[in-house]
Ligand binder design. Structure first.
Ligand code: PLP
Length: 395
């Protein structure tokens, strides 16, 4: 059977206005990186987030923002980072690269994100940092988690790669922690031509180091140059944190991407609201099939980046559902986010042990529906009707 509703690798389509902004930047941006559009995107992003100017930094993707956040932690031998096992691998390995040991926290079976309780359960005297992932676009209970981290003196980092625009009580995902990262990858609700990211650093002193850290250690000289070419090219140096030197990277995002990112901030709330309305319509239309359990959240706490469900009747029913949806209906659902402790990479590192029964149960029975923003009304209606038919058939 032909695919009728695909799980697209592309989340949104661009408007003519957005395309015009890209063309304008292609034509006129000078330089094509690290210029006016970067500063504009970072400034508008800080306003959107409701955080201070000078705390948001574009990066070439979410993963490089995560790596910078890991660098700023300056881990010592034996330091532990608590992170959910149910997430995308890029949430986790940057902390491994910077010397931390990962400790897996379980998610709540219904909301699929970590809780203050599940984090507290795995804290040890060696815990240095906690990474909270707002997976699927739902903001974890940040007031409680932030209070816990404050009480224990832990660095709190939010992976808001999937949660741009989601909020609790008017506070945006990514504005609760000491640091946060966002992704503008092709799959995300806001995408800057396929790759892009943002790092938020609350502390002004740490934030001031990011431009140098992000761009090869380039910085100014601490004296006036009599001739602008003597010495040539500005200085290269690196800041020290806790008496240790940080190492440089080149993780910049280009001007065309930044121009588009700044423009898309005007539309992101609309995109999120439309996805949420659709998700709620889908969930409510399937109320008479309680075996398929969704996480229903009728507020901006969820942006429904993805539409995920769990087949409570078990893995066999889940597999029969997926098979019939694909083979008989041409609807390509997928299964996402293998608990990281199961991957060979983490096992080889000695991080293959986790006590995360909810993450395991959820992953083993989960279904992620195609949910790109540009699904047509016809595709959406067809997917809903197909879901109802297949659920009835496999009962
Ligand atoms: C997409 C994603 C990332 C990585 O972002 P990139 O921009 O692809 O590097 C990290 N964490 C989560 C939860 C993601 O979904």
């Amino acid at each position: 059977m032909d695919i009728k509703v695909n799980f697209s690798g592309r989340a949104i389509r661009y408007t003519e206005d957005e395309i015009a902004v890209v063309v304008e930047a292609m034509r006129n941006a000078d330089p094509l990186t690290q210029g006016h559009y970067m500063r504009q995107f970072e400034s508008k992003f800080a306003d959107y987030q409701g955080v201070a100017q000078g705390t948001c930094f574009t990066t070439m993707n979410g993963c490089s923002a995560l790596e910078l956040s890991a660098q700023l932690c300056m881990f010592n031998e034996g330091d532990e980072v608590v992170i959910p096992s149910h997430t995308f691998t890029a949430s986790a390995y940057p902390y491994v690269k910077k010397g931390a040991k990962l400790v897996w926290a379980d998610v709540d079976l219904h909301s699929r994100v970590v809780t203050a309780e599940s984090i507290e359960r795995v804290l040890t005297p060696r815990t240095r940092a906690v990474v909270v992932v707002h997976l699927y676009g739902y903001v974890a209970d940040m007031p409680a988690i932030a209070a816990l981290c404050k009480e224990r003196g832990l660095i709190l980092i939010e992976d808001a790669a999937q949660a741009i625009g989601a909020e609790i009580g008017g506070v945006k995902a990514g504005a609760f922690g000491d640091m946060a990262i966002f992704s503008f990858h092709s799959h995300k609700n806001l995408t800057t031509l396929g790759e892009g990211g943002m790092l938020y650093v609350r502390d002004a002193k740490l934030a001031a180091m990011v431009p140098t850290l992000r761009h090869n250690g380039h910085c100014g000289f601490d004296f006036e140059r009599p001739d602008y070419w003597k010495p040539a090219m500005g200085n290269v140096d690196m800041p020290f944190i806790d008496g240790r030197m940080v190492q440089p990277n080149n993780y910049c995002l280009g001007e065309v991407e930044c121009a588009l990112g700044a423009k898309l901030l005007e539309r992101i709330d609309e995109i999120n609201d439309q996805k949420r309305s659709r998700a709620l319509a889908f969930i409510d239309a399937l109320k008479d099939f309680p075996e398929l359990e969704f996480h229903r959240e009728d507020s901006r706490r969820h942006n429904y980046h993805l539409l995920a469900a769990r087949m409570t009747s078990g893995v066999d029913a889940r597999d029969r559902f997926m098979r019939a949806m694909f083979n008989e209906k041409g609807v390509k659902c997928v299964v996402q986010y293998i608990p990281l402790d199961r991957y060979d990479y983490y096992r080889r590192l000695g991080m293959g042990e986790a006590c995360c029964p909810n993450a395991d149960t959820f992953f083993d029975t989960m279904i992620s529906f195609p949910f790109q923003h540009w699904l047509t009304e016809e595709e959406f209606t067809y997917m809903l009707a197909s879901t109802r038919e297949v659920l009835a058939q496999i009962r």
